[in-house]
Design a protein around this ligand. Structure first.
Ligand code: PLP
Length: 312
């Protein structure tokens, strides 16, 4: 898997998707002492459900500033300073879902320092590797935390970057303090998985392994992933430009800075309802647009409709 050779204090198990990895991580946290997990406000809606189902208490740290349409850096770092030792903090490695707002390299360093100083544990959700700035560039957060020497759990999903949604393909990596601790973590991960789902479906994992072990196939896959990322970036620019051309009274350039498949558009619930009822355009209630759903064929119609909704 992508993390198999991260370092000698890392061990990885194959899980049913990123969701399976998050659930095993949550069970491990509960068994080994973290009763509370902190998630960004907002976060992927399923995070809270997964963690609560495993018996964890979920608390939120500020993340997105709806006015600046960027990171609420002051609120974020102030909240991280208050997280007690033993609690866990969930961070999105890249392509934050739903906001599209990612941490900079400098901000990751700050996170690593606080985690190290305050002694809380860290779970990284890595569901969109390759869809932000690229396969290597998207590892910046993980690399920074690794370099600081702290222990980590990393939940990877191959649903998006390998197009394996229905094959439930993911991985959970435990990075422990020592190689011996990593062995112990591995046996706990296996035992935990055994009571939840026993074994993950084999097919998706075999596809990923076959591709990653073959230089030609890997090259092909990386090229296709690059194309996909670039297409999404183009759709972002086209959407921002299209909305401006259609007279939307707002600076839409923030959409081009966001990463990944989603854009927090700032559309209100009423505007989202209008688009669904009147225009057959489906946007999540929070105003999250799936930018990857925009094509040359539907972009003009979408811009027209969103502009009409925004002027209401
Ligand atoms: C942030 C985030 N984490 C995890 C997942 C789950 O990934 P999977 O579909 O592989 O279970 C998703 C899927 O949408 C996601 O957006």
């Amino acid at each position: 898997m992508l993390f198999g050779s991260l370092c000698d204090r890392a061990k990885t198990i194959h899980t049913p998707g990123g969701t399976g990895a998050l659930r095993v991580a949550a069970e491990l946290l509960r068994q080994f002492g973290s009763k509370t997990i902190w998630v960004s406000k907002p976060t992927w809606a399923n995070h809270t459900n997964i963690f609560q189902a495993a018996g964890l208490t979920v608390k939120e740290y500020p993340y997105y500033n709806a006015t600046s349409k960027d990171l609420d850096a002051d609120g974020f770092f102030a909240a991280l300073e208050t997280v007690p030792a033993g609690d866990c903090v969930l961070l999105h490695a890249c392509c934050h879902n739903p906001s599209g707002v990612d941490l900079s390299a400098e901000q990751w360093k700050q996170v690593a320092q606080i985690a190290q100083k305050n002694g809380w544990s860290t779970l990284i959700d890595f569901a969109y590797q390759g869809l932000g700035d690229g396969l290597e560039a998207d590892r910046i957060g993980v690399e920074t935390l690794l370099a600081s020497g702290i222990e980590l759990l990393i939940a990877s999903s191959f649903s998006k970057n390998f197009g394996l949604y229905r094959d439930r393909t993911g991985a959970l990596t435990a990075v422990a303090a020592t190689p011996a601790d990593a062995e112990t973590a591995m046996s706990h991960m296996k035992a935990t998985a055994r009571v939840i789902y026993s074994n993950p479906p084999a097919h998706g994992g075999m596809i990923v392994t076959t591709i990653l072990k073959d230089a030609e196939l890997s090259k092909l896959w990386k090229n296709e992933l690059d194309e996909m990322r670039e297409r999404i970036a183009q759709a972002r620019s086209a959407l921002a430009e299209g909305l401006t051309t259609h007279g939307v009274p707002m600076d839409c350039s923030f959409m081009t800075k966001q990463k990944g498949m989603f854009s927090f558009s700032g559309l209100t619930k009423d505007q989202v309802n209008f688009l669904r009822e009147e225009k057959a355009i489906y946007i999540v209630g929070s105003g999250r647009i799936n930018v990857a759903g925009l094509t040359h064929g539907n972009l003009g119609y979408a811009c027209d409709a969103v502009a009409e909704a925004m002027k209401k």
